[in-house]
Design a protein around this ligand. Structure first.
Ligand code: ATP
Length: 245
C-alpha cells in the first residue's frame, strides 16, 4: 500500500460494493478542535463490502475520523478518498451530494424527527434527494417487514421503544441503498438484547446489499459482528496487532 498513491488504491474500488479494492482510504489525517488534537495522522483503508468496527478509548478520535471520512468534517492535513475521488478537497456541495446519494447514517438513538411518523422518518433521505412522496413511502414501508417493525409505520418516535426507534433509524440509513453506511454507536442506548437484534439486522441487510459499513463502538460484543476491527488511540489508527490499519 505504501508504494501506491492513495488515488490508485482507492481507485481500484470505484465500482463500489463488492469490488475487491478499497472503497475508502484516509491518509495521515490531522484534525484539531481549537487546542485539542482529535486526529494526529489517522490512516485507514476500507474494502468495498467490508463491515469495519472502529474501537478505542473515549476521546481518542473515533467520531472525528468517521465524520472526516463521511465529509461532514474536513481535516487540516491528510487525504480522504472515496471510490477513487479525493473527498476532502471537494466543495461542500459535492460532499453534501455524496452524503445524500451514496452514504447512509445511523447514529445513537434520539435522532428521529419527532413530528414525523416512523415511515416518514424512513422515507426522509429519499424525499430529500428528490424522490416523489408515493414511491419514497412505498420504499420506506418495505423495510418495516424486514426489520420486524410491521404495524409501527404510523407511530411517532415517542410511541416507539428504544430498540424499535433504533431499527427505524437503521431503515432510514439503508433506504437509499447507500454504498457506505456510517454507524456511530448505533446500539449505544439499547440493552444488550436489543443491541444484538439491531446488529443482526444491520449486518444481514448490509451483506445482502453489499453495503460497506463503518461502525464506531465501545462494545466488544457489537464489534464482533464486524469483519475487521481497528483501534483508534490518540488520534491514530492501528489494528489489534499494532500494525497500520
Ligand atoms: N466539536 C468539538 N469541539 C471541541 N472538541 C471536540 C469536538 N469534537 C471532538 N472534540 C474533541 O476531540 C477529541 C476526539 O473526540 P471524538 O469525539 O472524535 O472521540 P471519540 O473517540 O469518538 O470519543 P467517544 O468515544 O467518547 O465518543 C476529544 O478530545 C474531544 O473532546
Amino acid at each position: 500500500m505504501e508504494s501506491a498513491s492513495a488515488g490508485q488504491v482507492a481507485g481500484s474500488g470505484t465500482t463500489g460494493s463488492g469490488a475487491a479494492g478499497k472503497i475508502i482510504e484516509t491518509r495521515n489525517l490531522v484534525k484539531s478542535f481549537g487546542q485539542t488534537p482529535a486526529l494526529r495522522g489517522a490512516t485507514l483503508g476500507v474494502r468495498a463490502g467490508e463491515i469495519l468496527a472502529i474501537m478505542g478509548p473515549s476521546g481518542s478520535g473515533k467520531s472525528t475520523l468517521l465524520h472526516c471520512i463521511a465529509g461532514i468534517l474536513t481535516p487540516e492535513e491528510g487525504e480522504v478518498w472515496y471510490a477513487g475521488e479525493r473527498l476532502d478537497t471537494r466543495s461542500d456541495d459535492r460532499r453534501s451530494e455524496l452524503r445524500r446519494d451514496r452514504f447512509g447514517f445511523v447514529f445513537q438513538s434520539g435522532q428521529l424527527v419527532p413530528e414525523l411518523t416512523a415511515e416518514e422518518n424512513v422515507a426522509l433521505p429519499l424525499l430529500l434527494s428528490g424522490t416523489r412522496r408515493g414511491p419514497a413511502m412505498a420504499a420506506a414501508r418495505e423495510w418495516f417487514g424486514t426489520l420486524g417493525l410491521d404495524g409501527l409505520e404510523r407511530r411517532r418516535s415517542g410511541e416507539l421503544s428504544g430498540g424499535q426507534a433504533q431499527r427505524v433509524a437503521l431503515a432510514r440509513g439503508l433506504v437509499g441503498r447507500p454504498a457506505v453506511l456510517f454507524a456511530d454507536e448505533p446500539t449505544g442506548s439499547l440493552d444488550s438484547m436489543s443491541g444484538e437484534l439491531v446488529m443482526d439486522l444491520l449486518t444481514a441487510a448490509a451483506r445482502e446489499h453489499g453495503t460497506t459499513v463503518i461502525l464506531v463502538t465501545h462494545d466488544a460484543r457489537i464489534a464482533a459482528y464486524a469483519d475487521r476491527e481497528v483501534i483508534v488511540r490518540d488520534g491514530r489508527v492501528s489494528t489489534l496487532t499494532g500494525a497500520e490499519a
